[in-house]
Design a protein around this ligand. Structure first.
Ligand code: F0G
Length: 357
């Protein structure tokens, strides 16, 4: 059997790379597209989940990072920089260290998940906690890249979007066509933009017969695209998408118009409800930001906007192990306390409700 070779090698003919590009890969991409019968039953659609938590650092960022770091090394960069709500920093740190260069990452102080912070530190990044939010971090990262010898690997770097579009290629390969609707979480709107680009290329090549309607969801307290204005103090428990001024705002607006898509906002309570449904009914564990795709599907379905029988793909962007604490809370906000039992088979059988055969 063949080992998956990472998105740059698998899609070499469809990316802006050449013989001269050194390929920095950890084997990203080739993630499963998982049918979700429980979500199909709830909505009447044919629902699939693209599980991007299966990438090497546990998020979709790896698809863009293999491209961005490879191109940075091709151009002689010795150091890269990014602003991040966590996943980009984990990915940049892993790919930079693999390539033998330095990564500096700026994260909002106290506002990124522990798993992601641990990853960036484990992979030897110069991690700075900035006393501001993600938007402040991105302003400074851009400033540094413009005036100092560091290469920016946020999604304002077109190489990132280019690498991320490969997820759409994989969906079309598995389904044999584009889905009717594709749903993604939206922070900077880079991934929304990347999927749309990927699908547009599939249509142009004749691999797909249509474009999906692109649906993007932001958290209610961090919903600048839905509101139509910058949010100065974004808030949400979905820390990955706690962003008030999305970098790819205009590209995403264009993608929404062309695809007859939709942007919506979801409350934190609905995000957590969807998080529970996905883990307890489908068997997929994600971080809260990713669960917004599920919440968005359910909201649109309740609004009568998901035609029965339509093919819907939800991208879930990051693994649940990055930010696992949310599973240990009940719907009413109290802590889950696993039952403690003595070393006694009969007693444990009793607690489990088993009676002897
Ligand atoms: N889901 C997760 C888990 C993310 O980490 C991000 C973005 C998004 C969704 C939104 O994607 O920005 O392309 O719209 N995380 C960035 C980071 C901001 O720094 O890790 P987007």
């Amino acid at each position: 059997a063949h080992q998956w070779r990472g998105v740059l090698r698998e899609y070499a003919d469809r990316l802006d790379i050449s013989e001269a590009t050194p390929i920095v890969t950890l084997g990203e991409g080739g993630t499963p597209l998982i049918p979700a019968p429980a979500l199909s039953a709830r909505t009447g659609a044919r629902v699939y989940v693209k599980f991007e938590g299966m990438n090497p650092t546990g998020s979709f960022k790896d698809r863009g990072m293999t491209m961005a770091i490879s191109k940075a090394v091709e151009h002689g960069a010795k150091a890269v920089i990014c602003a991040s709500t966590g996943n980009t920093s984990a990915s940049a740190a892993a790919y930079a260290t693999h390539a033998g260069i330095t990564a500096a990452v700026l994260v909002p102080e106290g506002k990124i998940a522990m798993g992601k912070l641990s990853q960036a530190i484990a992979h030897n990044a110069q991690l700075l906690q900035v006393q501001g939010n993600f938007d402040d971090c991105l302003d400074i990262a851009r400033d540094l890249a413009a005036n100092y010898p560091v290469h920016l690997v946020n999604s304002v770097n077109p190489d990132r979007i280019e690498g991320q579009k490969t997820a759409a290629f994989e969906v079309v390969e598995v389904l044999g066509d584009a889905p009717d609707i594709h749903i993604v979480p939206v922070g900077n709107a880079g991934n929304y933009t990347a999927y749309f680009r990927g699908y547009r290329e599939e249509l142009a090549r004749g691999e797909a017969t249509k474009l999906p309607r692109m649906y993007g969801f932001q958290a209610e307290g961090s919903a600048p695209i839905v509101l139509g204005h910058v949010v100065k103090h974004p808030e949400t428990i979905a820390s990955a998408i706690r962003i008030g001024n999305p970098a790819s705002w205009h590209l995403a607006t264009e993608a929404r118009e062309t695809s007859d898509g939709y942007f919506g906002a979801i409350s934190d309570a609905k995000i957590l409800e969807a998080h529970r449904i996905l883990s307890a009914e489908v068997g997929i564990f994600v971080e809260p930001a990713s669960a917004i795709s599920v919440a968005g599907l359910l909201e649109r379905s309740e609004a009568g906007q998901i035609p029965s029988g339509s093919v819907v793909v939800l991208t879930v962007t990051g693994h649940g192990l990055k930010d696992p604490q949310w599973a240990l809370r009940t719907a009413d906000g109290s802590d889950v306390a696993p039952t403690i039992v003595p070393v006694d088979t009969a007693e444990i059988a009793g607690v489990l409700g088993l009676s002897k055969q």
